[in-house]
Design a protein around this ligand. Structure first.
Ligand code: GDP
Length: 330
């Protein structure tokens, strides 16, 4: 039985990854923050799952700054694979606290690399990097070799972490990989992201629970994919014979207004009747033309997205409609 350690297990990607690893027969050890709320909503269904799954899923409350505790955990679990997903992942919020962002995202990753390197038998390690490392990119689309040019504190922190992962691979001969992820969404996305904010608001407006939606730049563009697809790619990347970095993307650009059109349109609403502009949701700098090349993922991992943009948006609207209906009834 393979053993995996997953940081950020209670987030969107971590919860899908835990599901995937458990379905593949792994023993999964999730690291959760001390002092974080006792509930881990997105993995509650796994913790409550049948006996077998429950015995293969363990949660450990460890602060990612606590190197001795991490070292002890690695020594007792002896993981085959480590998936380092944890991080303050909100670009907008990173402008409000650049120091904490770098501490957690940049230094946190470096600490994980050191802990893994100190193991007798070093585990394979995957770090979820981000398209934000490209910021204002010198080429379109971006691939694994595109120079980094971040435009946010989050992008800078991720760039540092991504380069460290490469250095541990090249100089310390560790099996370390960056999954360079473009935006990826799902019904488990937090509402601080514009995608979920839109699908939830569309559902609430449809049910008469809200009348307006305040947004920033609706012409902002991103390459938006489906989170469970990307998680499938993380696992495939660590099963390769040789470690490498890999971009996970769809290769297609959409605008925030496309989300509005599909989400509201699905509910027979015209988004322009409800959306108001609020400058507090605009960015000091917004990346331009971030769109990923999926060639390496396709060729080496036989990976491709399984869900179209439209069906992802509709799936999220359906999910939010269901949640809001239940809330309204209770
Ligand atoms: P990320 O910034 O790419 O990690 O993802 P977000 O979902 O937070 O933002 C995606 C894009 O939507 C950015 O370019 C924002 O400028 C734009 N955007 C427009 N209105 C909003 C809003 O109300 N909230 C957020 N989070 N983003 C918005």
């Amino acid at each position: 039985m393979k053993r995996a350690i997953v940081t950020g297990i209670s987030g969107q990607d971590g919860s899908y990854l835990a599901e995937l690893l458990l379905s593949l027969g792994y023993e999964v050890h999730g690291i959760v923050r001390r002092n974080s709320p006792a509930t881990h909503r997105l993995i509650d269904h796994l913790l409550a799952a049948p006996e077998l799954d429950r015995r293969r899923l363990y949660l450990h409350s460890i602060d990612l700054q606590n190197v001795p505790a991490l070292t002890d955990l690695f020594a007792s679990v002896l993981p085959d694979e480590v998936y380092h997903l944890a991080g303050q992942s909100h670009v907008g919020l990173s402008f409000g606290d650049p120091v904490a962002t770098c501490e957690f995202t940049a230094m946190g990753t470096l600490r994980m690399l050191e802990v893994a390197r100190s193991c007798k038998s070093a585990p394979r390690l995957l770090h979820t990097s981000s398209s934000e490392i490209f910021g204002a990119p010198s080429q379109v689309p971006q691939d694994e070799a595109t120079p980094h040019n971040p435009v946010s504190p989050y992008g800078v922190a991720k760039s540092f972490a991504t380069n460290m992962v490469r250095i541990y691979r090249e100089s310390f001969e560790q099996f370390t990989c960056n999954a360079i992820c473009f935006n990826h969404e799902s019904p488990r996305r937090r509402r601080t992201f514009v995608t979920r904010k839109i699908t939830q608001a569309a559902a609430r407006i449809k049910l008469g629970l809200e009348s307006k939606l305040a947004l920033g730049n609706v012409d902002a563009q991103r390459d938006w994919g489906y989170a469970p697809d990307y998680v499938r790619g993380f696992h495939a990347l660590l099963q390769q014979d040789e470690p490498t970095d890999c971009v996970f993307a769809t290769g297609r650009l959409h605008r925030v207004r496309d989300w509005l059109e599909i989400a509201f349109g699905y509910l027979d609403l015209d988004w322009e009747d409800y959306v108001v502009f609020d400058p507090q949701f605009t960015r000091k700098a917004d990346p331009a033309l971030l769109v990923g090349s999926t060639e390496r993922a396709r060729v080496r991992l036989d990976w491709s997205p399984s869900v179209s943009f439209e069906s992802m948006v509709v799936q999220m609207v359906e999910h939010d409609l269901q949640i809001q209906r239940v809330r309204r009834a209770s």
